[in-house]
Design a protein around this ligand. Sequence first.
Ligand code: NAD
Length: 435
Amino acid sequence: MRISVIGCGYLGAVHAASMATLGHEVVAVDVDPVKIGQLAAGQAPFFEPGLPETLGEALASGRIEFTTDTARVAGARVHFLAVGTPQGPTGAADMTHVDAAVTDLLPHLAPGDLVVGKSTVPVGTAARLAERVREVQPEATLVWNPEFLREGFAVQDTVAPDRFVYGVPAGEAGARAVAVLDEVYAQALAAGIPRLVVDLPTSELVKISANAFLATKISFINAMAEIAEVAGADVTALADAIGHDDRIGRKFLNAGLGFGGGCLPKDIRAFQARADELGVGQSLGFLAEVDAINLRRRAHVVTLAGELLGGSVEGRRVAVLGLAFKPNSDDVRDSPALDIAARLVELGASVRAYDPAANHTAARVRPEVATVDSAGEALRDADLVLVLTEWAEFRELDPRVVAELVAAPVVLDGRNCLDRDAWTAAGFTVRGMGR
Ligand code: NAD
């Protein structure tokens, strides 16, 4: 099938390349000529495991074209909208990119075309955009197919997600849309991946409520971490124990620095803003608390760093291991690790930071945080070691080797990811989160 993908960021680039490897003919569009140039040359514009291989395979098949010219989408039957929906100044989602992408797409729509929204949007957006499509091309249909991919596992999550959700209009147009999407995802569906067909607003809410739930789960365990710290309890043991209950589950119950990235923080704020607009703001009042607990984690780490350094970080050498918001990603959007590193610099600490993938993205937004090329360089002569992103490389550090490098054997494990016993045995004072 000939398809287009509009927006080639973390979502769109992976989606476009994956669709081509599944046998579809893909036109992938972005307004950023640099990104398009990189993708066309087979270079992933960001770090994502498996993307270089998938992109290479897609380009070698001759089934993918990258372009900045939206007119190239003419002739495609399905158009995926994958542009960004960042946080606007009031906390609500900034819909500028989605609206601009639809404006660019409209003149090229043909009867029978399907416009498929994948971006995370405020509930009601699909109905609004469907109206815009109908005005220009009454025989085209707009549906919503929210994306649930996790950065770090994006390729796998795109070709084999936990489930597909199709938000479609009622009636014959909806039934036709389901059949077309089933054709797009035929291989995954044949493998038994569930697919749920719902109405448009439900599909928008499925995505944003899933993220609200995940954010709540993380903030819940971080609230328990706050209590555990003053009560002398261990939040990791607590999470293990409550996680055995199937109704709770152990996933997303790791206390630490809290969540960040380009999705959860902005999504919970946009969800709250939309609920306010709909006059049901109080239904989501708890999300303000989820956000507040989350942001307290960052301040807490900065305070702990000062305590571990005897009262102040000023003039002290701090090794920061990890800047990305999560491992296996170079994404530093709203990254707790980078935020903490920048706060320490502001307080006068001499920070040397290292991330296996995110040094360059961090330098773009926080040039004041000095980065080095290896963990060893960051650790040399450090008065304090902070582990802020749980990369395997940091979990696997040999504490006896680290002890030889640092000036003082003190580590703050912001992700509770180190082997405490091994680090203690190597002579370290080990401070975890909520334990
Ligand atoms: P991103 O910022 O990485 O990518 C967005 C891309 O859209 C950019 O390359 C930008 O240049 C391009 N763009 C902007 N305006 C355009 C236009 N008018 N025409 C063509 N291209 C345009 O964002 P992302 O992380 O890929 O997120 C995209 C959407 O997917 C968001 O709504 C996000 O919430 C959602 N989402 C993201 C993830 C994730 O893990 N990143 C997961 C699920 C859903």
